[in-house]
Design a binder for this molecule. Structure first.
Ligand code: 13P
Length: 249
């Protein structure tokens, strides 16, 4: 039985002051959740979030990680550094990293490997653009992204990752995949995972991301292969994020 995971991706939002308010709201409301809960914060705020979330049951995550373990990589953050601040999760391959930082599947696979090497759980993002969906290429694109990333991993690692299906056209647009559209892709993702490691695939949490809100979370999360959400905008307001967590319960 897979547990539901609701992970917030704050993206490049926040300040010490705004975070303190948001984290206090989460402490108050998310503690007794039936779902697993995590927040992926900007790297400079990891220490602040680590202290604020201690003992709350809310896990901490980062939004990106270097593919390298250490060394002359100015500006990059190593997986071991994220671990130092108590991170359990790190997002890899978000479409914003792919679009604005030219990350490809091979690099995303290396980042997932770097995370796994220190015991972090990578949240591996895949998803098609509007043009690719309109051209009927969703399955082909998502399968190719996932297969290339999985090729960088040992098959025994398949059970140690989380996958997020984030259709690019649904991110920050207010357009959401219907539960049926999302389930179709989630089912495909599980098949691809099973082709690498049949035993582990059934246990992998596959999250949906893309304009998940309190009013659509319940119907998305009711689908058999949707095991949680990767939430952007709605994770920045404690009441909305908590409402999504409650919908998961
Ligand atoms: P929104 O929830 O703002 O659409 O963002 C989704 C996302 O990109 C989460 O990683």
């Amino acid at each position: 039985m897979r547990r539901t995971l609701i992970a917030g991706n704050w993206k490049m939002n926040g300040s010490l002051e705004a975070n303190a308010i948001l984290l206090r709201g989460l402490q108050a409301g998310a503690g007794s959740a039936e779902a697993d809960v995590a927040v992926c914060v900007p790297a400079p705020y990891l220490a602040q979030a680590q202290v604020a979330l201690a003992g709350t049951g809310i896990a901490l995550g980062a939004q990106d990680v270097s593919a390298h373990a250490s060394g002359a990589f100015t500006g990059e953050v190593a997986a071991s550094m994220l671990q130092d601040f108590g991170c359990q999760f790190v997002i890899v391959g978000h479409s914003e990293r792919r679009t604005y930082h030219c990350e490809d599947d091979a690099l995303v696979g290396q980042k997932a490997r770097a995370a796994l090497a220190v015991g972090l759980t990578p949240i591996v993002c895949v998803g098609e653009t509007a043009g690719q969906r309109d051209a009927g290429r969703t399955g082909e694109i998502v399968s190719a992204q996932l297969d290339a990333i999985l090729d960088a991993l040992e098959s025994s690692d398949i059970g140690r990752i989380v996958v997020a299906y984030e259709p690019v056209w649904a991110i920050g647009t207010g357009k959401t995949a219907t539960p049926e559209m999302a389930q179709e892709v989630h089912g495909l993702i599980r098949q691809r995972l099973a082709s690498k490691n049949p035993a582990a695939a059934a246990g992998v949490q596959i999250l949906y991301g893309g304009s998940m809100k309190p009013d659509n979370a319940r119907e998305l999360l009711a689908m058999p292969d949707i095991d949680g959400g990767l939430v952007g905008g709605a994770a920045l307001k404690a009441v909305d994020f908590i409402a999504i967590i409650e919908a998961a319960g």
